[in-house]
Design a protein around this ligand. Sequence first.
Ligand SMILES: [Zn+2]
Length: 349
Amino acid sequence: MKRRHFLQVASVGTYATLVVPSAMFSKSSKPKVMTVNGCIDKKQMGVTLPHEHIVVDFIGAAQIDTSVYNLEEMYETALPLLMKLKEFGCTTFIDCTPNYLGRSPLLLQQLSDATGLHIVTNTGYYGAVDHKYLPEHVKTETPQELANRWIKEWEEGVDGTNIRPGFMKLSVGNGPISDLQRKIIEAGALTHKATGLTIAVHTGGNGAVLEELNIIEQQGVHPSAFVWIHAQNEEDTAIHLELARKGAWVEFDGLFPFNYQLSEQKKQEYLNYLQMMKREKCLHRTLLSQDSGWYDANKPQGGRFLPFHLIFQDFLPLLRKEGFTKKEVNLLLKENPYQAFAVRKRLKT
Ligand SMILES: [Zn+2]
């Protein structure tokens, strides 16, 4: 296991500097996934958790200051749990903590270097929870101006580093969604058209997802560029099927190990979702994750940091017992995450 001191972080990230996005994603080569250490292909990506968090910070956009974080402590807390995850065969970890909520690209890069896990970070803004995590400029800027900020992060790196985002993490609350949330989604579609980055949106219930997809499609972007984060928030399962049939990615990602274990009830709930998607021939549009981790920057020692490996230890055996084949499990954990997150433009024809 390699170990670097955080005082040396300015010198790391050499892989990322070698990558030129426009040249890298030429039509002749297969689409790649962008990690904090540069791009990887499908085979390198392997078994992937598409929605987890190392750090979170709920203080709000007005007060957040990631420069005061105790990166050493965050690193020491996360490292053993990521090593444990790797033991279970996971090779890629998609970190869904956005800007203004604790995004820490250098920490992710250090953890990737130490564990050998591929880790992906993001660009974009989080509009749910009464806009608490939105910077002031969202109110005055146009969707294109917001998109320009995210496109710049793709081209140059995030937070003054040369670490590139691998997707957009956006967010809206329950439907009907607010004007600012609509603006963010439109900015996401504009960014996709310029960069090919996937638009992953934390989404509340009550039909919010239909409003999102409408905005994205109006901009000429194909639903396959859209990941519906927290699809389990929507009670109407007809909407899950409708979105999958349109080509969008339906992500059931709350297999959260409450009290450090997966409850029987939770496992059954997720089994039901996956059985429904399988029965309706929508498994090829389905993503699965835990939304676990959560070193809380405002709690002593980060509060309760939850493990990442329980999906492999406690849920996959149940899936196999219930008749999911190796091929179907690979679809959920390898093929689908690659297809969802590989960077390329997906436009409506
Ligand atoms: Zn999350």
